[in-house]
Design a protein around this ligand. Sequence first.
Ligand code: 3PG
Ligand code: MG
Length: 418
Amino acid sequence: MAKLTVRDLNVRGKRVFIRVDYNVPLEEKDGKMVITDATRIIETLPTLRLLTEMGAKLILAAHLGRPKGKKEPSMSLRPIAEKLADVLGRPVVFLDDCIGEKVEKTISIMQPGDVALLENVRYYNEEEANDPVFAEKLAKLADVYVNDAFGAAHRAHASTEGVARIVAKRGGQCAAGLLMERELKFLGDELENPARPFVVILGGAKVSDKIQVIDRLLDKADTILIGGAMAYTFRLAQGYKTGKSLVEADKVDTAKSALAKASAKGVKFLLPTDDVVAVPVKTDKLDKKGKPIIEFQNVRISSDMNCPDDAAGLDIGPASVKAYSDEVMKAKTILWNGPMGLFEDKRFAEGTNAVARAVAETTQNNGAKSIIGGGDSVKALNKAKLGDKVTFMSTGGGASLEFLEGRVLPGVAALSDK
Ligand code: 3PG
Ligand code: MG
């Protein structure tokens, strides 16, 4: 990697400001916030252990949720500090602010190997605004800057970008953490010259979310398998009826260009040939966001490329599962991003689960390299207990997509070159 990494540092006795992505899912249980998935915390442990062994003073900064400058108690990082101490096997001092004299004072008495976690940086609006004065206040806590927050590296915020610039300007080093390094290796370098066949599986609701990734991967992949609701926008582009399926009618031209590029490049571009469909019915119950909850009735398999008028496509059907699994089993490199259907509902989970099984199996038995681009595909793999059967699972959501689109991530750009 062309960027400095923590391995290149000499940090004995120095204050190392480490941006981590501890934006983990939490649930309230008996008035307490409980972490439901600690992956993002656990994945930073190699970096933290290395830095403690090197004798650094570790000052961790992170965001949680989107408090928009308010000190929202449910978005405090306090429960994260407890969890971190637990998994790291060392005390973690929690500081109830991220800037200011009190924080500076506590940090000034830290010893080599000590670990402190700052309160949510997004309790200040200045964080997301990448305000230079705020970044200076954060930079007061740093001799060296480390970014291990791949999941937040697509944000040009004060703690992901601004502080690094200030530390560098002072002549300080700015390095990638080990998790950041791994993410860039698997989502970047490993896909530059992939072992072939290179099979890409893309799912999710919207063509608009994935079109840049599709476009870029059309230059690299041998086969692209499309699932999720975005498949119906492609079907619409091919002139089929999509019934009540979620489609982006204004993205039909985009879908058509992708299909044309695939055929011009000789990329095998597969859409589902059958679906699990159901009739969506609005109920008077409301979800957390206040929207009416939709119930799905009359779940059935439709083997027609035209979706029935009264129904929506919610998962790929059995023939598509077979075709997609066969392609996956031939692969030497696999990239997967996005579920094949509404997998949170058991009735529409088989497509995603079957793909997960095929990816795991070919990784284990055929020596394929499988790279999972974060978000829902990771959730689905973990739910199927197959998370440890793939080569790499990204901790990024939006960040992995932007990186796969070929964009420069501001949090990476700000790090020192080797
Ligand atoms: C994430 O969870 O995707 C990252 O932590 C970034 O969070 P954000 O989308 O609120 O910036
Ligand atoms: Mg996000």
